[in-house]
Design a binder for this molecule. Structure first.
Ligand SMILES: CC(C)(COP(=O)(O)OP(=O)(O)OC[C@H]1O[C@@H](n2cnc3c(N)ncnc32)[C@H](O)[C@@H]1OP(=O)(O)O)[C@@H](O)C(=O)NCCC(=O)NCCS
Length: 223
């Protein structure tokens, strides 16, 4: 096995890997609970939305020159309406939220810390953008779903360990075709949110940060 590397791209130089990334996402997301069945062209177009954003981040895991995993992020204000709606309707400062898109890793490379690196590098990107929160959403499937594999374990514990809290009242809607379906259908996804410890505060800026926090807290208490 060649050297494993997890790299954050903040410019569009990751576009040279777009076909590999689209194929990887399709392969990983075909499995339960996503059951995502889309064409390479569709996935390529979706990934391009990250290239159109000036503040997005693309994290790619390589085994030598082979793309083995990827993870995305983009400011919440830039995501589609049906996804950002719960944040617009919440008390969270949406301008300060970085949306974490997908995390996908080929099965053979799991359980070695690459997934943790995906979260750490996106949280670092959020801090570099001076954002306060990171958030992602996860599909809701019924417990008795016919395609749920025996012994399936949700990632909830993994996310809790990374400091994320499930927000049962914050749900997004997305549309795609499931592998066993003929037509696209609407899916409900539940948000998980993490408040970041702002490590970007430079000595001398502490008072401004503390003041902003105090104002925010005051606004919340007044509501
Ligand atoms: C989500 C995903 C990227 C996580 O990847 P991963 O690389 O297996 O995750 P990690 O190895 O970093 O962490 C998984 C667990 O292994 C542990 N681990 C890390 N290094 C390890 C090692 N060397 N040996 C054993 N365990 C290890 C981690 O601590 C973690 O356990 P914890 O939750 O108890 O802390 C991967 O499971 C995946 O692609 N899933 C399918 C797609 C999906 O559902 N994505 C999420 C929604 S978009």
């Amino acid at each position: 096995m060649a050297k494993i590397e997890v790299k954050t791209f903040t410019e569009n130089d990751w576009l040279e890997y777009i076909d590999d990334l689209a194929a990887l996402e399709i392969e990983v997301f075909r499995s339960y609970p996503y059951l995502y069945d889309v064409s390479l062209e569709y996935e390529r177009e979706y990934l391009k939305t990250y290239a159109e954003s000036e503040q997005s981040g693309m994290i790619i895991a390589f085994d030598g020159s082979k793309v083995i995993g990827a993870s995305t992020c983009i400011p919440m204000v830039e995501v589609e309406d049906e996804v950002k709606k719960p944040f617009e309707e919440s008390d969270y400062p949406i301008q300060k939220v970085l949306y974490l898109g997908e995390s996908v890793l080929l099965k053979n490379y799991r359980k070695r810390g690459i997934g943790v690196a995906f979260y750490e590098q996106r949280e670092q990107h959020a801090q570099d953008l001076n954002m306060d929160l990171t958030a992602f959403c996860c599909i809701i499937r019924p417990d008795n779903h016919p395609l749920k594999p025996e012994g399936y374990r949700p990632l909830d514990k993994f996310w809790v360990k990374r400091g994320y809290q499930k927000q049962p009242d914050m749900k997004a809607t997305m549309v795609w075709k499931d592998v066993h379906q003929e037509e696209e259908s609407k899916k409900k996804l539940v948000f998980w949110v993490k408040e970041l410890q702002n490590e970007n505060i430079q000595p001398g800026n502490e008072s401004e940060y503390a003041l902003n926090k105090a104002i925010k807290m005051d606004e919340m208490l007044r509501e």
